[in-house]
Design a protein around this ligand. Structure first.
Ligand code: DX5
Ligand code: ZN
Length: 225
């Protein structure tokens, strides 16, 4: 089933609670939280205190996308702050198997993320350990970038692999997901749809979320027919 994950990176941080609640009224079912360290990616975003505040204004699951060089060090603090799902980058984790175990041990659902230049096949050894696989469809670090079309092939491949290997991970996509691209990612097989600027830009989060979800659901129906 498709779900919309509003990414708060594009929200108004001075009105974060209101923005998140608007996106939730529009049909967002999981809140996507981008953590950046200015090292793994060329930007900074937010940390544990913001997550703690966020936890008080929504009951939706919080999906933490770790764009940091040393995610293991922050696992306990984010778990404690109320994160429910946590994904770490293949490119940032020399001991990925251990990082995923650590996330699970702290009661969060483990996910793995790949950058646009990383092939899906490198994930095969750990696909059985993850709750979700996140395909970056832009280079991570900033909101509002254009969707990279090759990402659709990676989503399709992950769907095939799930079938071939008899697994049940969910396929998430992040970057450039907007009114003009959301149908294509659903048709390719993504079901967890992260959208930042397409939801929060222009101050109409509720309406934007509703429209995006509707487009995604229509695409899903077409695929199922
Ligand atoms: C980028 C982040 C995304 C970002 C997406 O590195 O991981 O979650 O918010 O923004 P849009 O949807 O505007 O491409
Ligand atoms: Zn993200």
């Amino acid at each position: 089933m498709v779900e919309l994950l509003p990414s708060i990176l594009s929200a108004d941080f001075a009105r974060l609670g209101e923005d998140v609640q608007a996106a939730e009224r529009g049909g967002g079912t999981v809140i996507h939280v981008d953590v950046m360290d200015g090292h793994f990616v060329p930007n900074l975003s937010l940390g544990v205190p913001v997550v703690k505040s966020l936890r008080k204004v929504t009951r939706l699951p919080l999906d933490c996308h770790m764009m940091v060089s040393n995610p293991d060090e922050f696992v306990p603090a984010f778990a404690e702050a109320g994160i429910n799902w946590m994904s770490v980058h293949y490119e940032a984790c020399p001991h990925l198997h251990r990082s995923l175990q650590l996330i699970e041990q702290h009661g969060m659902k483990p996910g793995v993320v790949i950058n646009p230049a990383t092939p899906v096949e490198v994930l095969i050894p750990i696909l059985g350990m993850v709750h979700h696989v996140l395909v970056m469809s832009v280079n991570p670090g900033f909101g509002g970038q254009s969707f990279i079309p090759y990402s659709l092939n990676k989503i399709r491949r992950l769907k095939e692999l799930r079938q071939e290997l008899g697994l049940s991970y969910r396929i998430e996509v992040d970057g450039g997901v907007a009114h003009d691209t959301i149908a294509a990612v659903v048709e390719a097989g993504a079901e967890l749809l992260v959208a930042g600027s397409a939801v929060f830009n222009g101050g109409k989060a509720e309406q934007n979320a509703r429209e995006l979800l509707e487009l995604a659901q229509q695409a899903e129906e077409r695929v199922q027919v």
